[in-house]
Design a binder for this molecule. Structure first.
Ligand SMILES: [Zn+2]
Ligand SMILES: [Zn+2]
Length: 184
């Protein structure tokens, strides 16, 4: 959806305090056991987000007609401020992840939710950077930009991961110019 500057960047400011709120739920006096479980929950949530990011982009944004229509606009005008309206991602992750997990184990629920929200923030930040920082200094951003530009160049048939190329490698949709590898 085409958003004005204010709405486009609002999530960048809303998400950090929400992540901090969920991290606040984790135990203060960290024993090796509870600290390990909390860290694993946050890390697990972050990794889980990268898989959801891949699946959402590949099978919903590119294949579900209603969302495809909206996403096509981003492909046509890659530098315009198209994105998910603010709070939609935060509310969806909180409702779909935190609420059901809370009934199982509240601390783990908070950790996984914090990790997923941090992953979502990383995704929208990296996606913005790939389109707006033309000569990134950071090697990670150079690779992310090349990967995502190839996604646009190949008309959305490859490189669905924005923050990582790992799931493209797993699912065989990775396309790297240097190796001329193309598979789907
Ligand atoms: Zn893009
Ligand atoms: Zn796309």
């Amino acid at each position: 959806m085409h958003l004005g500057k204010f709405l486009y960047f609002l999530d960048f400011f809303i998400i950090p305090p929400v992540v901090a709120y969920f991290l606040y739920w984790l135990p203060y006096e960290l024993s090796l056991m509870s600290g390990g479980v909390s860290a694993a929950a946050v890390l697990g949530g972050f990794v889980l987000w990268t898989l959801i990011e891949y699946a959402f982009h590949r099978w919903l944004l590119h294949e579900w007609p209603w969302l495809r229509h909206l996403h096509d606009e981003h492909h046509e005008q890659p530098e315009a401020l198209f994105g998910t309206p603010p709070l939609v991602g935060v509310i969806q992750i909180s409702l779909c992840v935190f609420v059901p997990l809370w009934f199982v184990e509240p601390v783990t629920a908070a950790g996984v939710t914090a990790g997923m929200l941090a992953g979502y923030l990383a995704y929208i930040s990296v996606h913005w950077a790939t389109h707006h920082i033309r000569e990134p200094k950071l090697g990670y951003l150079v690779r992310a930009r090349r990967r995502h530009m190839l996604h646009h160049y190949r008309a959305g048939q490859t490189n669905f991961g924005v923050s990582t190329g790992f799931w493209d490698w797993v699912f065989g949709t990775e396309h790297l110019r240097n190796t001329h590898k193309f598979s789907r």
